[in-house]
Ligand binder design. Structure first.
Ligand code: NCD
Ligand code: ZN
Length: 393
């Protein structure tokens, strides 16, 4: 496939070039590339080609909750959103805490996923926070370890998990929530603080990542830990960068952790600019309308993530497109060591559209972005050298 005349992201900046995709792992960027070797030639004048987007926090709900989402619908939704790699959270049934249940999910991925789907293994058996899983046995089958949805409350168990993560050189993605605090900001802050202190006390290097950071106090803590040289990374989600608790008008604005106030949002935006936040992840959490009405927490985000961030971060002048590419493709891929394939996303940054949940490929309709005007559209998603999604009028 030969893509001509686009602005192509290479080594941190955009240049007008051609992209020749040779196979699933090899490609060439250059001026005036010839089309002799390629059957398919596409002119992309005025469009941008960026590395395929990577989302490290996605709930695909299969197995166990396929009425909410499946690996098939979730991966299609991701492809439409410009993602070529996503990491599937382990709050499914059976829990991916042993080889058999992990292989079972992998079989569905091999059969149904239209993009690269990497799954998390559980930190503890059945995500109950009591007994750590066999990291050394599971590590070759999973991208990283998380109990997302649940924190690891016990200091002792977390200490063991950090030890195992360090020894096996795997990443722990921590859902930080300390149940002894009612205030969600304190709850998040105290749990991150506990983990940082454990890592410091143990005096070891561990790939430690904080999921869905939502508040100012947590950001300050992470910024300080980074200054002290602790190996810590973190993500936030688009909804925390766009909304505050004053915007909550329906159940589709309710997630865990909840939306913060203006100061929290401001601190998160600042952290996006100064590098304290390493990446943006959607925390795509599909639920049925009935489940939302009965209190299920979480919102979907795969099909709006890029446009929402382009509209609210780049169009506003807060960051440039290069930094957004770092936040949504480069940094998550580096931190999670996502394999490098011929994965690309093609953008039309001039297009705008109105979000309509009934056009989503996800089974979920629980979006807080319904009816909002967005700038920046994904026009093609190319995974392992093949077009897996394409915008048609
Ligand atoms: C997530 C879910 O629905 O699985 N919900 C949420 O509100 N974020 C769980 C999680 O990411 O913690
Ligand atoms: Zn979580």
């Amino acid at each position: 496939m030969l893509l001509k005349n686009a602005f192509i992201y290479t080594d941190g900046s955009f240049n007008s070039s051609d992209l020749l995709i040779i196979n699933e792992k090899q490609w060439i960027v250059g001026k005036n590339l010839s089309s002799i070797e390629s059957k398919q030639v596409i002119d992309l004048t005025g469009k941008y080609i960026i590395p395929g987007l990577v989302d490290v926090h996605v709930h695909l709900r299969e197995p166990g909750f396929d009425y909410k989402e499946t690996i098939l619908t979730g991966s299609k939704s991701a492809a439409k959103g410009g993602f070529t790699s996503i990491c599937a959270m382990p709050n499914v049934i059976p829990a991916p805490d042993n080889i058999n249940s992990i292989k079972m999910v992998q079989d569905i991925i091999n059969k149904d996923a239209c993009i690269n789907v990497y799954q998390y293994g559980c930190i503890t058996e059945n995500r109950q926070g009591k007994k750590t899983t066999e990291f050394s046995m599971l590590k070759d089958y999973v991208t990283s370890f998380s109990d997302d949805g649940n924190p690891v409350s016990s200091d002792l168990v977390m200490k063991e998990a950090i030890n195992k993560a360090s020894f096996n050189d795997v990443l722990i993605a921590a859902h930080c929530e300390d149940f002894s605090y009612d205030d969600p900001r304190m709850s998040e802050y105290m749990n991150i603080k506990r983990d940082i202190e454990l890592i410091k006390d143990m005096n070891i290097t561990c790939r430690y990542h904080v999921c869905h950071v939502s508040s100012k106090k947590s950001i300050e803590l992470i910024r300080e830990a980074k200054k002290q040289g602790i190996s810590i990374t973190c993500e936030t989600a688009p909804h925390y960068l766009i909304f505050t608790n004053e915007d909550v008008i329906s159940e589709n604005f309710k997630m865990n952790p909840p939306l913060g106030d203006k100061e929290d949002k401001q601190a998160l935006l600042q952290a996006i600019c100064d590098g304290t936040i390493d990446m943006i992840a959607t925390d795509h959490a599909p639920h049925t309308h009935e489940d939302k009405l009965s209190g299920a927490m979480g919102v979907i985000g795969l099909e709006t993530a890029f446009s929402s961030m382009y509209t609210y971060l780049v169009e506003t002048g807060l960051i440039n497109l290069e930094r957004l590419v770092e936040l949504m493709a480069i940094n998550p891929a580096t931190t999670y060591r996502i394999p490098g394939y011929s994965d690309f996303t093609v953008l039309d940054t001039d297009a705008d559209y109105i979000v309509k949940a009934d056009t989503f490929l996800s089974k979920g309709r629980n979006t807080p972005f319904e009816g909002m005007r967005m700038k920046g559209r994904i026009i093609k998603t190319i995974c392992k050298g093949k077009i897996v999604w394409e915008f048609t009028q």
